[in-house]
Design a protein around this ligand. Structure first.
Ligand code: HGY
Ligand code: MN
Ligand code: MN
Length: 382
């Protein structure tokens, strides 16, 4: 068993849980272990992260879920908790995010399994190399008794720090588009090729990247990022033949986001035809914005109040597994303040007292939900 699984299992097994690693590498632990047929609340987040990451994105939500099980241990609540540590939420390796949570909602398809990493290994191959069996992926699906999903997560932005609040309820998660573009020109000698005779892939990509930034600035609350630019052959004295470029566009309103993506794709085409380059592009993710469950948002705000904090609700610019889980069950998130507002970087921070507040809020929440029979039965609410 991978050491992160072993570590979490070592916290939980003394409490009486049964741990399993499902077919896409999600860590799953049911507590109490003998309550298989009871209503089940899923609490967790993702175990993976991004290159050169901080220490809290994802994993903090799994640690808080484990802390809640530990704090609850021995109490009799009318439902079980399944702790979940998703194996791949970021999409850092295969470019396609939410592999772990998509397995729970039954959306692992051939496109996803055939997506490849930089070395050409497919996700399916990676699953097999890890000792798991893609044929078992259907068994990773949600248990029929799951009544809801809760995720604790660092805010990853500046809002709660500016408001001097430790916690917030997430009301919605912005939609996001992820694409990859290949600008293809002609390699040539940097010293002998006159400027007007060039088909310079990096110069074309650079022109487009400034347009990406301009387009995002033209829409309030839009963010657009080119996080990766790979030039080849990548020598200082060779005009680049190819520039492979990533695009990440996010906005709370899907029409605005999709409209901007279409415009940027069109502009990439125009730049390439004017500069005598060719263009290849593909969409890796077109994830609509997702509202969190209104009932659970209310319950979270009550629990935040019961923890002595001022309730607050906000939209998440970051994507989360909760937006995938919301396809099948009521889903909601609790944000923790991010001092410095930095994330996806080693400077990412969290305050110990805010983590304590989050656990206190979580305990209130677990007790509040214990008396919500309709919620536990999974009765669809109007
Ligand atoms: O990129 C994101 O939205 C998140 O960190 N997965
Ligand atoms: Mn992240
Ligand atoms: Mn995350």
């Amino acid at each position: 068993m991978h050491n992160v699984y072993r570590e979490i299992a070592s916290w939980l097994e003394p409490l009486g849980v049964n741990v399993r690693i499902d077919a896409v590498g999600n860590f799953r632990a049911l507590y109490p272990r003998d309550r298989k047929s009871d209503p089940r609340l899923l609490i967790g987040s993702h175990l993976d992260t991004v290159p050169n990451a901080g220490r809290y994105d994802g994993i903090l939500g799994v640690v808080i879920a484990a802390a809640l099980i530990e704090a609850w241990h021995g109490e009799k609540l009318p439902y079980a908790v399944e702790l979940i540590g998703f194996s791949d939420e970021e999409g850092a390796r295969f470019g396609v995010p939410f592999i772990g949570s998509r397995a729970l909602v039954g959306r692992v398809d051939d496109d996803l399994l055939n997506s490849q990493d930089a070395a050409g290994t497919s996700a399916e191959q990676a699953i097999e190399n890890f000792g798991l069996h893609p044929a078992d992926i259907p068994d990773a699906g949600l248990h029929a008794n799951v009544c809801g999903y809760l995720e604790f997560h660092v805010e990853q932005g500046p809002v709660l720090e500016q408001l001097a609040l430790p916690l917030a309820a997430v009301e919605a998660i912005a939609g996001q588009t992820r694409m990859k573009f290949a600008f293809r020109g002609r390699a040539n000698h940097a010293g002998t090729t006159p400027m007007h005779l060039r088909a310079d892939a990096v110069a074309a990509a650079a022109e487009w990247i400034t347009i990406v930034e301009k387009e995002a600035n033209a829409h309030p609350e839009m963010v657009a990022t080119v996080g990766s630019v790979i030039a080849s052959p990548g020598a200082a004295n060779v005009i680049a033949k190819e520039a492979r470029v990533s695009l990440d566009v996010r906005h709370r309103t899907d029409d605005v986001r999709v409209g901007a993506v279409e415009k940027l794709t069109e502009q990439a085409k125009q730049i390439c035809s004017r500069r005598r380059l060719s263009l290849n592009y593909s969409t890796l993710l077109n994830q609509p914005a997702v509202a969190m469950d209104p009932f659970l948002i209310e319950q979270i705000e009550i629990a935040i109040g019961a923890s002595g904090c001022k309730p607050y609700r906000m939209v998440s610019g970051a994507g989360h597994d909760a937006m995938i889980m919301a396809e099948k069950v009521p889903a909601a998130m609790i944000f923790l303040r991010t001092p410095g507002g930095i994330s996806h970087d080693p400077a990412e921070a969290v305050l110990a007292e805010d983590v304590a507040k989050a656990i206190e809020c979580g305990m209130h929440l677990l007790h509040q939900l214990a008396s919500e029979a309709d919620f536990l039965k999974g009765t669809p609410r109007a």
